[in-house]
Write a new protein. Structure first.
Length: 162
């Protein structure tokens, strides 16, 4: 059993993918987190109902408020491929407000201990819904939802902790 990431732990060093105008680009977690204050939230899937109607839109709408609180980047993580994340970003008008990251094989999600097995529902292994604040590569706050929940990882809830 994988140990779940916790407050005070370092973000695992690995590679993720992001969509760019030139196609998928690899990005390291070290590049993303080291020297930055980052809010990362994870979703079970791009284009899924709660993720598209509430989770991602909340962080888009509250982007400026997070920046005012000293956050350098907001990152959205999903066990999808970079093409899907790019299409979802266009569909949701993300622009440059959110870094949309693809964890296509779920390796980073597994390293965090936040995988969610939805195989019985035809979705495979996904990411639990969560949010965390990471300061210079170290988790300072962590909010993991109960299965089916959408409360503690909402943009509004995370913002109140900064």
């Amino acid at each position: 059993m994988t140990q779940t990431i916790e407050v005070g732990a370092a973000i695992p060093s690995t590679k993720l993918m992001m969509a760019t105008g030139e196609g998928p680009r690899e990005i390291s977690t070290d590049e993303l987190f080291n020297g930055h204050k980052v809010v990362m939230f994870g979703v079970p899937g791009a284009f899924t109902p709660t993720c598209s109607a509430k989770h991602l839109p909340g962080f888009i709408q509250m982007n400026d408020a997070f920046i005012e609180k000293g956050v350098n980047k907001i990152v959205c993580l999903s066990v999808n491929d970079a093409f899907v994340m790019g299409a979802w970003a266009r569909d949701q008008n993300v622009d440059e407000k959110i870094v949309m990251l693809a964890d296509g094989s779920g390796l980073f999600t597994k390293a965090l201990g936040l995988e969610l097995d939805l195989t019985a529902r035809g979705l495979g292994v996904r990411c639990q819904r969560f949010a965390m604040v990471v300061d210079n590569g170290t988790v300072t706050s962590l909010f993991i939802e109960a299965p089916g929940g959408f409360d503690v990882s909402r943009a509004e809830a995370v913002l109140t902790t900064l």
